[in-house]
Design a protein around this ligand. Structure first.
Ligand code: FEO
Length: 164
């Protein structure tokens, strides 16, 4: 059985995942407004993935007979200097998410809560992938700096992301 403390931490994480979704949607909107349709596509897919993360955590709590309680979602930033600035923010955000998930995992280990540890494994692996994807894109955008043609190609590349 899950402890009240761990259940509360997961509930908080659900709300953070919805904030993540909101943040990526704000990034998609800004990318679209600046004419970067590829980046907007990438961010829109991320928006959907974050909602799936929230629902995956919620499903776990519900399986443990815990009621999920949603809270207000803070307003995200709405404008970024350029795509590089946007993806740097995305990576910084993912690093925060990784730290939050690690904290919950540490707590589950302390409580010998094997079920929660097992559930969190998926998220721990997912965070490695999310940080790696953002890092690769930052590298691509840094390589494109100063070249409109290269930036155009980078945006085209981001447009190729499909739903997993
Ligand atoms: Fe839900 Fe981007 O981590």
């Amino acid at each position: 059985m899950i402890s009240k403390k761990t259940a509360k931490a997961i509930n908080t994480q659900i709300n953070r995942e919805f904030y993540s979704a909101f943040l990526y949607l704000a990034m998609a909107n800004d990318a679209m407004a600046k004419g970067f349709k590829g980046a907007a596509n990438w961010m829109s897919i991320q928006f959907k993935e974050e909602q799936e993360h929230a629902l995956k955590f919620a499903h776990y709590l519900q399986e443990q007979n815990v009621k999920v309680e949603l809270t207000a979602i803070a307003a995200p930033k709405t404008e970024w200097k350029d795509l590089l600035d946007m993806f740097k923010d995305a990576l910084a955000h993912e690093k925060k998410v990784t730290a939050w998930i690690s904290e919950i995992a540490d707590q589950a280990v302390t409580e010998k809560d094997h079920a929660t540890q097992n559930m969190l494994q998926w998220f721990i692996n997912e965070q490695v992938e999310e940080e790696s994807n953002a890092t690769d894109i930052i590298w691509m955008l840094e390589m494109s700096e100063g070249s409109k043609g290269a930036l155009f190609m980078a945006d085209k590349q981001l447009g190729k992301r499909g739903r997993a």
